[in-house]
Write a protein that binds this ligand. Structure first.
Ligand SMILES: [Zn+2]
Length: 396
C-alpha cells in the first residue's frame, strides 16, 4: 500500500520536479520518529556504509567488506571479515532495529582488530572473525523490532503458502514498542530461523509457534543463513555465534542493582536430555559446555571492573525453547552461542547511557575473542555459568 503511493509520487515527480523538489529523497526508507527519545548517538545505515568503507580502506587489506544480501526494501546487508585463523566467530547485531549498541561496539572492535599491534595480529592469526552489523537494516532505519515485509509479499516469494495462515511472528495490527504495525506490518526476523538450514517453507508448518522452528521466509534471515552455511562449508564449523540484543529494565537478582547486560548460553533444551528429545538429530553437534565457557569468559571479564556498573551482569531467562531464533538454530548446528541483552531499547531510553553500554558489549566481546584465540576459554569451568546471578523484575 505504502509503496504504491510512493511510486505514484515518483512518477509525478518526474513531470514536476521543479515544483516538488522535496520528493527527490527516497521516502521508502524514511519513517517518522515514533517515540520521545533521541537516537542521534547511534548509527544509520548510510553511516554504517561509510564507516565500513573507511575501515576497509585504511586497513590495507586486513578488513574485507562484502555485500551478503539485501533487506526487503533493498538495503545492503554486509559481512565484514577480519583474520585468517581456522577458528570461526560470527557476530550479528540489530536483528531487532530498536537494539542498537551492538553495531557501535562492532565498529569500535573493527578499529582495534585492524591495527598493527601485536595483540591484534595474534588474534588475526588464530581466528577468522565475521561480523554482520545491522543485519536487519529496514528495522534499524525504522527504529523498530520487526522488518518491513507483508504476508502478501511472502506469498509472492513462496506461492505454495497461498493457503497458509500468516506466521505467528507477523504483526499487522496495533502499536507495539511505540511503533504502529497496523500502518507498517512486519515479521520478527529472530523467529524465522530453522535448525534445518536447507528447510523449504510448506503451508502445513504455518502459523507455527514460539517452540517450533521458523521458515527462512524473510530476506534478512535468508542472508544470515547463507553466510552461516558458506562459512560451515569453507571451515567445517562456525565455532562461535554471538547475537547482540537489548531488553527491558531489570535487576541483578538479590540486589538493587540495575542490570547492565544479561548473558545466555541456553535457547533450546539440550538434545542430549529427555526435555530436548525432539532435537535428537542435532545431539552430536550441540555443545552446551562450550557455550557456557564462552559466557563465563565474558562474565569474568566484566566482573574484573570492580565496584562499577560493568559488574551488574545477570543470566537472561533460562529454560527456553526457541528454535526459530538465530541462536537456537545455530546452537543446534554446532556453534558455541552467546546472547548479549543490553539494558533498555530505544523507545525506553533512546541513546541514553550509550557510552557505558557500548563499552560493556565491547569488553564482553573482546574477552570471548581473546579467549577463543589463545584457547584459554576451554580451560574455564562450564559450571561457573550456573553461578551467574539471575535476572529479577524488582529490586531487593
Ligand atoms: Zn532483540
Amino acid at each position: 500500500m505504502k509503496k504504491k503511493i510512493v511510486s505514484t509520487i515518483g512518477i509525478l515527480g518526474l513531470c514536476t520536479s521543479l515544483a516538488f523538489p522535496a520528493y527527490a529523497a527516497d521516502p521508502v526508507n524514511q519513517e517518522m520518529h515514533h517515540h520521545p527519545y533521541s537516537i542521534s548517538g547511534f548509527i544509520s545505515h548510510s553511516e554504517l556504509q561509510k564507516s565500513l568503507k573507511q575501515i576497509e580502506k585504511s586497513s590495507n587489506g586486513v578488513v574485507q567488506v562484502e555485500v551478503a544480501g539485501q533487506s526487503h526494501k533493498g538495503l545492503d546487508i554486509y559481512t565484514v571479515k577480519v583474520g585468517t585463523g581456522d577458528k570461526v566467530i560470527l557476530i550479528q547485531s540489530e536483528i531487532h532495529g530498536n537494539e542498537k549498541t551492538g553495531t557501535v561496539a562492532i565498529l569500535n572492535l573493527l578499529n582495534n582488530l585492524s591495527t598493527n599491534s601485536k595483540e591484534a595480529k595474534k588474534i588475526r592469526e588464530e581466528v577468522t572473525l565475521v561480523f554482520m552489523p545491522m543485519m536487519n537494516p529496514d528495522a534499524s532505519e525504522g527504529d523498530k523490532r520487526r522488518n518491513s515485509m507483508t504476508w502478501a509479499e511472502v506469498v509472492e516469494d513462496f506461492p505454495q503458502l497461498a493457503s497458509a495462515k500468516p506466521s505467528w511472528n507477523y504483526l499487522d495490527r496495533g502499536i507495539s514498542q511505540s511503533y504502529n504495525y497496523g500502518e507498517n506490518p512486519g515479521f520478527d526476523v529472530n523467529r524465522d530461523f530453522n535448525p534445518n538450514l536447507n528447510y523449504v517453507p510448506t503451508a502445513q508448518d504455518f502459523p507455527g509457534a514460539s517452540n517450533k522452528p521458523g521458515w527462512f521466509i524473510t530476506p534478512e534471515s535468508q542472508t544470515s543463513r547463507d553466510v552461516y552455511k558458506a562459512l560451515k562449508a569453507e571451515y567445517g564449523n562456525v565455532d562461535v555465534f554471538i547475537d547482540l540484543h537489548h531488553q527491558g529494565m531489570y535487576y541483578v537478582d538479590g540486589t538493587s542493582d540495575e542490570v547492565t547486560l544479561s548473558l545466555s548460553a541456553q535457547f533450546v533444551p539440550n538434545p542430549n536430555t529427555p526435555e530436548g528429545a525432539k532435537y535428537a538429530p542435532y545431539a552430536d553437534d550441540y555443545n552446551y559446555d562450550f557455550s557456557r565457557q564462552l559466557n563465563v569468559a565474558a562474565y569474568n571479564e566484566l566482573q574484573s571492573y570492580g565496584n562499577s556498573k560493568f559488574t551488574n551482569i545477570s543470566l537472561y531467562s533460562q529454560g527456553l525453547d526457541l528454535p526459530g531464533t538465530a541462536l537456537g538454530s545455530y546452537a543446534l548446528n554446532g556453534s558455541g552461542t552467546v546472547l548479549f541483552e543490553v539494558k533498555g531499547q530505544t523507545q525506553m531510553m533512546g541513546h541514553k547511557e550509550k557510552g557505558q553500554l557500548v563499552k560493556s558489549v565491547e569488553r564482553g566481546l573482546e574477552a570471548i575473542i581473546q579467549g577463543v584465540a589463545d584457547g584459554s576459554v576451554e580451560t574455564l569451568n562450564p559450571e561457573d555459568y550456573e553461578k551467574i546471578p539471575l535476572t529479577s523484575n524488582r529490586p531487593s
